[in-house]
Ligand binder design. Structure first.
Ligand code: NAD
Ligand code: MG
Length: 394
């Protein structure tokens, strides 16, 4: 029986993973080693009971008593806190879903890779912050990383059986988010609710706002570079409002392989769950005549400066991605809290990058987690300063 763990089980990706695992037979088909979540302990406990999980962990120690009560008599062990989440990743599982949001997903993912099994990676921040370290850890331990971000799953599928030295370009698509056709002035005044209203995908709050600012696509450009190893000048983003084509790979003979599918993350998650084979996944089937039009446009880096910043990070490489992601997380926190405006987010990230770029760690290839966390810490501090300066100016 295959064993699995789900980190971030109660989130949007976690719920979809749980759904697919239950449809494939749940506890009859899988031995569930660990499930982790945040404050929603009632849902975490429900999932743990349904999958007969060996361990359930809440990220918050203060939520542990409630989790313990909710799982009383179930036979599921409980734990709480960040350290307990890292330790849960030390329990070997054949297949691990990494679906915690933010840099917090890095440590459990790294630990899971040390067991040399399969890591289904939705947590794009791991690749952005520590791509070279993560890929090396996988290689050294004979582990497999399967990308779960839809664009990267699409590239992975388009590359199957291909000679990667013949790849000329990789193009990931972007819906353009809710502000695709807004003017810079309109975008400047948007609210958190407007930024969260993604036209095509239903996702967690943070990634939805990142999609509106195109910071999500910026992270994904870096993720493409780190996961597949292509040079930055071969990686492009194109706006595709229908979100039907998820990525395209162009080869040296001029042919392009495109991956199409409905905007439903269960496709990419199901692909990773069934890999190396394919299995039935309950997503809607595309009716191409009904869709009728697939359109594409060049992204506008003036209204969406995150894309320009991603290019700078891809060029600098080293630990600049850790700085970029950390600064972005702080800027996003301040936007959600109402302290800074939507466009201030990119300005804060740019200022923080500038502030930490003189640090010797900035351009260094990460060799330890400590280095990554040190750069993350510096950039968070710089971003806090930049954000509070902007907050005072408002
Ligand atoms: P979400 O906010 O819906 O869920 C996040 C999960 O992580 C929850 O279980 C939450 O309890 C847990 N969590 C949050 N902070 C934590 C912390 N500090 N420590 C431990 N656990 C914590 O997020 P999501 O939309 O499911 O996204 C998860 C990851 O997948 C992100 O990295 C995101 O970029 C990526 N992703 C999501 C989608 C999507 O459609 N939602 C698509 C592609 C990639
Ligand atoms: Mg994506």
């Amino acid at each position: 029986m295959r064993s699995l763990s789900i980190f971030g089980a109660t989130g949007s990706i976690g719920e979809s993973t749980f759904d697919l695992v239950m449809r494939k037979g749940g506890p009859e088909a899988f031995r569930t080693v660990a499930l982790t979540g945040g404050r929603n302990v009632a849902r975490l406990a429900e999932m743990a009971r349904a999958l007969k999980a060996e361990l359930a962990v809440t990220a918050h120690e203060e939520c542990l008593p409630a989790l313990r009560e909710a799982l009383a008599g179930s036979g599921t062990e409980v734990a709480g806190g960040t350290q307990a989440i890292a330790e849960a990743a030390d329990r070997p599982a054949d297949w691990t879903m990494s679906a915690i949001v933010g840099a917090a997903g890095l440590v459990p993912g790294m630990r899971a890779l040390k067991h040399g099994r399969t890591l289904a990676l939705a947590n794009k921040e791991s690749l952005v912050t520590a791509g070279q370290l993560l890929m090396r850890t996988a290689e050294e331990n004979g582990a497999t990383i399967l990308p779960v971000d839809s664009e990267h799953s699409a590239v992975f599928q388009a590359l199957a059986g291909e000679d990667t030295t013949c790849v000329e370009r990789v193009i990931i698509t972007a819906s353009g988010g809710p502000f695709r056709d807004w003017t810079l002035e309109q975008i400047r005044g948007c609210t958190v609710a407007q930024a969260m209203a993604h036209p095509n995908w239903s996702m967690g709050q943070r990634i939805s706002i990142d999609s509106a600012s195109m910071f999500n696509k910026a992270l994904e450009l870096i993720e493409t570079r780190e996961f597949f190893g292509f040079e930055p000048d071969r990686i492009e983003a194109v706006v595709h409002p229908q979100s039907i084509v998820h990525a395209l790979v162009g080869f040296c003979d001029g042919g392009i392989m495109a991956h199409l599918g409905p905007a439903d993350m269960r496709h990419a998650i199901g692909f990773a769950l069934n890999w190396p084979g394919r299995g039935e996944v309950p997503v809607a089937r595309l009716d191409l005549a009904q869709i009728a039009n697939l359109t594409f446009q060049t992204p506008d880096e003036e209204r969406f400066p995150a894309l320009r910043l991603a290019r700078e990070v891809m060029a600098a490489r080293g630990l600049s991605g850790a700085a970029f992601n950390a600064a972005k997380e702080i800027a996003l926190d301040h936007f959600i809290a109402g302290n800074i405006g939507f466009l201030d987010m990119a300005a804060v990230v740019e200022e923080a990058l500038l502030a930490v770029s003189a640090d010797p760690l900035f351009g260094k290839v990460p060799s330890t987690l400590e280095e990554v966390l040190a750069m993350d810490h510096l950039a968070r501090k710089a971003a806090e300063e930049a954000a509070s300066f902007r907050q005072q100016k408002r």
